[in-house]
Design a protein around this ligand. Structure first.
Ligand code: PLP
Ligand code: ZN
Length: 413
C-alpha cells in the first residue's frame, strides 16, 4: 500500500506504521486513541486522476481504489458496494421549499445500508491478515452488512446484537450464515461482551470506531457525492449519527479529496440524532464533553447511548463549521412518510433522521432554502417494517365485494 503513509492518533497525534493488528494508538492505550489513516496524496495522484475516475466503468466504491487502505491486488468480494444513486427529488424539494436538494440513497447497497462500505473493507483486510473469522457488535446494520460481506468472501462471522434489533436485520444475519448472539441488554452491554469475546478468540474486529480502516470505506460516500455533483461541493451534507463513524467518514472523504486537490472547498456537515438518545447533539450544543444517555428511540441504528467515535464525530462537525440537531421520533416517522410519499424513497427510521433534521434546520434558518444540500438516506425501510407501519398505519381492509369497496373508499380517493 504505497498510498498509505501510516496511522495517526486523533488525540496525541502520534504516527505509527499501518501494520496488521494495529488499530488504536499504542501510547493512548485504553483511553481510546482512535486513529486516522494518513495518505500520500502525491502518490494517489500518480495512481489516478479525477478525469480517469470520472471515466471509470467500475460502478462501485472501488472506482476510488487509490484512496483506500487495501492492496490493489487483494481479493475482493463480488458484491457491488457503493455508487448508490444521488437523486434530485423535486417533490420532496417542493414540500421542503428548497431549490437545490439531493438525496443520496445508500439504502441501495447489497445489504441495504451504508454500513456495507465499511464491512467490505473489513473482510478484504481480514483476508489480507489471514483471519478466518470476523466479528462485530452492532445495533443491527453493521452486523447484517458484515455477515453479507463475509459470506461473499467465504469467511465465518460471529455477530453480537442487542435483543431489540429489528427482525428484518436478524433475518439477514441468519440468511448470511452468521453465528448470531442476541445479547439481553443494551448496545453498550453488547459492545462490551463482543470486545471481550474478540480478545479471547482472536477474531478480526469489525467494531468500526476502533478499526480505523472502516471509516475509510464509509468515506467513499463523500467521494461519490462530489463526483456525482461534477466535483462541485455542496454547501451542506446532512446525516444521522450514532457511534459517529459515518459522519467522521463523510468528513474524511471530503478532506482527502481537498488535500488531493480534487475539490476546491469543503462542505458543512450537519449531524442529527433522536431526542430519545442524543449524547453527541447535547455535547455539541452545550459545548461540553459528552455524557452517556439512555437509548430510547425507534431509530435503532442510532440508539447509541455510549458513542464509540465521539471525538471524530464532533471534530467533523466543528472543523467543517457545521451543526448538530436532535429530532423527535414523531418527526422521524413524519420524514419516513414524506420521503416515501413525495419521492418513492423508503428509509428506515435512522435512515431518514438526517432528512428530519434538515427540516428543522431549514425552519431555524440555519440552512437556507437555496443552498445546495445533500441528505444521506443511510438504510432501507424494509429492514424495519414494524416502524414503517407505525409511520403510516394499516391498509384498508375489505371483503372481496365491490359494494363494500365503494363504501370503504368513500371520501378516500
Ligand atoms: C450505523 C447507522 C447510522 C449511524 O452511523 P454511526 O457510524 O453509528 O454514527 C445511521 N443510519 C443507519 C441506517 C445506520 O445503520
Ligand atoms: Zn495517541
Amino acid at each position: 500500500m504505497k498510498n498509505v503513509l501510516g496511522l495517526r492518533c486523533i488525540e496525541c497525534k502520534k504516527e505509527v506504521p499501518a501494520e496488521a493488528g494495529t488499530y488504536t494508538c499504542p501510547s493512548c492505550g485504553s483511553k481510546g486513541g482512535i486513529m486516522d489513516v494518513i495518505y500520500d496524496y502525491q502518490e494517489i495522484n500518480r495512481l489516478t486522476t479525477r478525469e480517469q475516475v470520472t471515466k471509470s466503468r467500475d460502478n462501485s466504491m472501488f472506482r476510488y481504489l487509490p484512496f483506500l487502505p487495501i492492496r490493489p491486488e487483494s481479493a475482493r468480494p463480488h458484491l457491488r458496494v457503493g455508487w448508490s444513486p444521488l437523486y434530485k427529488p423535486l417533490g420532496l424539494a417542493k414540500s421542503l421549499g428548497m431549490s437545490n436538494l439531493y438525496i443520496k440513497d445508500d439504502g441501495q447497497n447489497p445489504t441495504a445500508s451504508l454500513k456495507d462500505r465499511a464491512s467490505i473493507i473489513a473482510v478484504i483486510r481480514a483476508v489480507e491478515e489471514k483471519a478466518p473469522t470476523v466479528a462485530a457488535s452492532s445495533t443491527g446494520n453493521a452486523a447484517s452488512s458484515l455477515a453479507g460481506s463475509a459470506a461473499a468472501m467465504g469467511l465465518k462471522s460471529v455477530i453480537f446484537v442487542p435483543s431489540r434489533a429489528p427482525q428484518g436485520k436478524i433475518a439477514q444475519l441468519l440468511i448470511f450464515g452468521a453465528t448470531v448472539i442476541s445479547v439481553q441488554g443494551s448496545y453498550e452491554d453488547t459492545f462490551r461482551l463482543s470486545a471481550e469475546a474478540i480478545e479471547r478468540f482472536g477474531w478480526y474486529n469489525r467494531n468500526a470506531a476502533i478499526n480505523p480502516y472502516l471509516v475509510e470505506g464509509k468515506k467513499t460516500v463523500a467521494l461519490e457525492i462530489a463526483e456525482q455533483l461534477n466535483w462541485e461541493v455542496p454547501d451542506w451534507v446532512i446525516l444521522s449519527v450514532g457511534d459517529g463513524c459515518t459522519i467522521a467518514g463523510v468528513w474524511k472523504g471530503f478532506k482527502d479529496l481537498y488535500q488531493a486537490g480534487w475539490i476546491d472547498r469543503l462542505p458543512k456537515i450537519a449531524g442529527v440524532q433522536s431526542t430519545g438518545c442524543c449524547p453527541l447533539v447535547d455535547a455539541f450544543v452545550e459545548d461540553r464533553p459528552w455524557t452517556p444517555k439512555e437509548e430510547k428511540t425507534i431509530a435503532d441504528s442510532i440508539a447509541v447511548g455510549v458513542p464509540r467515535n465521539p471525538d471524530k464525530a464532533l471534530n467533523a462537525v466543528r472543523e467543517s463549521g457545521g451543526t448538530m440537531v436532535a429530532v423527535s421520533d414523531e418527526a422521524i416517522l413524519e420524514a419516513m412518510r414524506e420521503l416515501g410519499r413525495t419521492s418513492g424513497i423508503f428509509g428506515e427510521p435512522a435512515g431518514v433522521t438526517g432528512t428530519a433534521g434538515l427540516k428543522v434546520l431549514l425552519e431555524k434558518g440555519v440552512i437556507g432554502a437555496d443552498e445546495k444540500v445533500v441528505s444521506i438516506v443511510t438504510g432501507n425501510g424494509l429492514k424495519d417494517v414494524q416502524n414503517a407501519i407505525k409511520a403510516v398505519g394499516e391498509p384498508i381492509k375489505v371483503e372481496p365485494s365491490l359494494q363494500e369497496l365503494l363504501v370503504k373508499l368513500e371520501g378516500k380517493i
